[in-house]
Design a protein around this ligand. Structure first.
Ligand code: PNS
Length: 167
């Protein structure tokens, strides 16, 4: 039997912390579905299609990594894709309350779906997509924090005009 897991998030943009979690999860699961949230409430820096395409390009040729956009309930999307494990990264105690609440609510909605928490590589404990955007916007260096492709896409975004997005 193939063990699959879903790794959901906004990924606006994907960081090296996310990449590290995906790579380490592949030592545990046979396949990972990276599920990119299409969130109508937030104005992302990268539209959903761009976020999906960047992740696809980063993992090009990797048959055990699939990337899809989703909206609606995560547990419904997981079920539709025949997946029973949700992966979430837990960086710090500050993440815990929200993650715990979400995991328990997902458990209430679909008791047969489990949440699997991953501790990030210590190199990336401080890293978040939000900080990457803020640092980049203020002219700071993001090399080593995000894949090269993301860095060049950030440069493209800010080269044209100052984008309007929710941090
Ligand atoms: O990267 P993020 O923004 O922390 O990811 C949050 C995400 C996508 C995991 C969460 O917002 C989510 O699952 N959204 C889908 C809607 C849903 O299922 N809501 C109920 C959660 S209990």
């Amino acid at each position: 039997m193939e063990h699959k897991a879903i790794y959901p998030g906004s990924f606006d943009p994907i960081t090296n912390g996310h990449v590290d979690i995906i790579e380490r999860c592949l030592d545990i699961f046979d396949k990972i579905l990276v599920a990119v949230l299409e969130n109508p409430k937030k104005k992302p820096l990268f539209p959903t299609e761009e976020r999906v395409n960047m992740i696809k390009e980063i993992f090009a040729g990797r048959e055990n990594i699939e990337v899809k956009a989703f909206d609606g309930l995560l547990v419904e999307f997981a079920e539709k894709n025949d997946i029973k494990v949700v992966i979430r990264g837990l960086r710090a105690i500050s993440d815990f309350e929200y993650e715990f609440q979400m995991a328990q609510m997902n458990q209430k909605l679909k008791p047969d779906i489990e949440t699997f928490f991953m501790v990030p590589n210590v190199k990336y404990t401080y890293l978040s997509s939000k900080l990457v955007k803020e640092i980049f916007m203020l002219g700071g260096e993001v090399k080593g924090l995000v894949p090269d492709l993301v860095e060049s896409q950030l440069q493209e975004k800010f080269k044209k005009s100052k984008p309007n997005f929710d941090i």
